[in-house]
Ligand binder design. Structure first.
Ligand code: FPP
Length: 247
C-alpha cells in the first residue's frame, strides 16, 4: 500500500515522537547478538528521518537511550555509545545536505566524553538548518526533566524572581528540555509493547498514541506514513464534543 499518497499534506502533524523498541528481540529472531539489532536499527533511523523530511514534519524525536538503559550490561552500553558516535559522525554531512537540524534532550553530560563531543559538534554544524529538527533523547528521563523544571521554578520563587501565582502550564514548558519544541501530536511505539517508559510524559498530554507489533529494525518510512494516515483518521477533541468541533 502506498501510504504516502494517502497523507493529507495540509494536515501533517508538526511533531512525531517515537519509542524505538525491539532491536534485541529482532536480533534474537535472526540468531544474532543484540548489537546486530541496534546496527540494523540505525538503518530504520535513516529511513524514518528521510520519510519525516519528505512529508514535511517539523520535529522528529527519537528515544535512543533512557536513563533506565544504564542498567543494561556494560558491553551493550559501550557498543550502543560507539554506534552512536560512528553514526553521528557518518551522517552529519547527509543531515546538512538535507537541511536537518540536530538537537538532543536528556543528560548529555552523563554520556561518554567522545559521544558528548561528537553530538555537540554535530549540533553546532547543523544549527542553522531550516528543515526537519531531529531530536535525540539520550540518557533521558521524563520524570527527571519534570523534577529539574520544578527545582528551577522553586529557586526562582525563593529568590522572588517568580510569584507562585505566576506558575501555570504555559510557563512550565519553558523549564523543560523541550522548551522550544511543539508538543508531539503523535507518539509511536514499536515492538508490540504498550508503555510510555518515562518518555515525554508532560508533552504527550494530548498526543495520539500509535502502537505497532513491528520490531524497530523492520520499521521503515512507509510505516511512518501508515502511522500518519492512521493519525489523520482520528478526531482530536481536546476534551470537547464532536458537535462542538464541527460547529
Ligand atoms: C530498543 O530496543 C532500542 C534501544 C534502547 C536503542 C535504540 C538505538 C538505536 C536504534 C541505534 C542508535 C540510534 C541512533 C539515533 C543513531 P531494545 O534493545 O530495548 O530491544 P528489546 O526490547 O527487544 O530487547
Amino acid at each position: 500500500m502506498d501510504y504516502k499518497s494517502l497523507i493529507n499534506t495540509s494536515e501533517v502533524p508538526s511533531h512525531v515522537a517515537i519509542i524505538m523498541d525491539g532491536n534485541g528481540r529482532w536480533a534474537k529472531k535472526h540468531n544474532k547478538p543484540r548489537i546486530f539489532g541496534h546496527k540494523n536499527g540505525v538503518l530504520s533511523v535513516r529511513s524514518v528521518v528521510e520519510g519525516a523530511g519528505e512529508i514535511g514534519l517539523k520535529y522528529l524525536t527519537l528515544y535512543a537511550f533512557s536513563t533506565e538503559n544504564w542498567k543494561r550490561p556494560k558491553i551493550e552500553i559501550a557498543a550502543l555509545m560507539q554506534l552512536l558516535v560512528v553514526t553521528i559522525s557518518n551522517e552529519v554531512t547527509a543531515l546538512n545536505k538535507n537541511g536537518v537540524r540536530l538537537l538532543t534532550i536528556g543528560d548529555l553530560k552523563s554520556l561518554p566524553g567522545n559521544c558528548e563531543r561528537e553530538l555537540r559538534k554535530a549540533m553546532d554544524k547543523t544549527k542553522n538548518n531550516k528543515g526537519l529538527t531531529l531530536v535525540l533523547a539520550l540518557s533521558y528521563s521524563s520524570k527527571s526533566e519534570i523534577i529539574n523544571a520544578v527545582k528551577k521554578i522553586a529557586t526562582e520563587v525563593s529568590e522572588n524572581k517568580l510569584s507562585i501565582e505566576g506558575i501555570n502550564d504555559q510557563m512550565f514548558n519553558n523549564y523543560l528540555d523541550t522548551s522550544d519544541i511543539d508538543d508531539p501530536e503523535l507518539l509511536i511505539r514499536t515492538s508490540g509493547e504498550c508503555r510510555l517508559s518515562n518518555f515525554l510524559l508532560w508533552q504527550i498530554a494530548y498526543s495520539e498514541l500509535y502502537f505497532t507489533d513491528k520490531f524497530w529494525p523492520d520499521f521503515t518510512k512507509d510505516d511512518l506514513f501508515k502511522a500518519v494516515v492512521s493519525y489523520q483518521k482520528r478526531e482530536r477533541r481536546f476534551g470537547m464534543t464532536s458537535e462542538q468541533l464541527s460547529s
